[in-house]
Design a protein around this ligand. Sequence first.
Ligand SMILES: [Zn+2]
Length: 479
Amino acid sequence: MEYEPIIGLEVHAQLLTKSKIFCGCSTAFGEEPNTLTCPVCTGQPGSLPVVNRKAVEFAVKLGLATSCRIAPYSLFARKNYFYPDLPKGYQISMYEFPLALDGFVEIVNQGQKKRIQIIRIHMEEDAGKLKHGETPETSPFSFVDFNRTGIPLVEIVSGPDIQSPQEAGDYLRKIRAILQYLEISTGNMEEGSFRCDANVSVRPKGQKEFGTRTELKNMNSFRYVEKALEYEIKRQIAVLNEGEQVIQETRLWDTNQGITISMRGKEEAHDYRYFPDPDLVPLRIDKTWVEEIRSSLPELPDEKKGRFIRDYGIPEYDAEILTSTKAMAFYYEECVRLFPEPKTISNWMMGDLLRELKRDEKEIDQSLLTPSHLAEMLSMIKEGTISGKIAKDVFEEMYRTGERPGKIVKDKGWVQILDETEIAKAIERVIKASPKQVDDYQQGKDKIFGFFVGEVMKQTKGKANPKLVNDLLKKMLKE
Ligand SMILES: [Zn+2]
């Protein structure tokens, strides 16, 4: 039987406010444990939460940027569960009345645009962090750091519209891009400021009803989300093919083993005993304020993509990738400003640069090779100082060391050979060494021409100007 997967994603993103969601404590990352706390965020009796206006503004921004309807009335609720990093014994979240509803984002899958529905966006507070003793022998204790407790989060719940791990990755990248463009979250998955849980089920192709789903947790990179989904889809199909049932449960992704492991039975909403938080008044969001926020929105990924296509004349495929992060779009525009040949730059970025970054699992803003490096190198090709072939080596060297292209070319002696006599000498050597190929060529086997170009390039260590090589070869092969 053929099965199809159905995936829905829940994304949690920390908001970049200076203070926490219900108190004035700082949200700084990496401080001494338990130094950024107060009676409110440590859940002391009698302390009262007050909502952070900036956090609400940021959440509204996100709602608008994802085409959601902003609810005029939303309500904070208590989500009850006990966990040591949640000192109140409940988390303040939203339940029946979330902040934003019914939006969507667009992804491009194999050239096809697809809308992924956003069911709701709500606000909540983050929990603290547990640190377990390295081993039971060295430390039998677990430690808790409440610095993170009370950092504002938005939870973005997608519809069950995602049909492959690849689409899940595309969706997450789009959400992250929107957060970054809005400057309301770092979107950093490794630091935990951007987290994702996935609901996944499979069903026989053509069936309307959903299969039993499992929830996947603990995937702290985009790659792991895709891998965990791939694994889990295969696992569920295998279970069904055995004639067994998929059990509704929460499963953890195990990075080392590359598998998902059963953690616990899945909670239902009623397990949390949600009820409106009596310490917080309902959130009434004024229409004028919403419109004010709307008019302050920056250029978003899809708008920027449209502008790149229009203004720079690059294909949609390129524009989609180049606007996929704010840093990448900035990098691209900076390059074009310095060297106004948009398609050439796009080719180098999408080919060489992204390949290197992907291999090193780096983001573009960590690259030693800056827009000015790339622009300088492209100018050197244009002026004929280096050949396009040598440029590949220069590129790698710049990427590795951050050295300027001019210095690299000078140090390595990679300056292009423009001297016709020198090139002609190399051609003579090649002709002498390949009598059979010369014969074939002269009999009309034009295809073999590339062979001669390659040989001459070998002779000149890739430094010969390709146009001169071509022209001279054509002339000399006829003689
Ligand atoms: Zn506090």
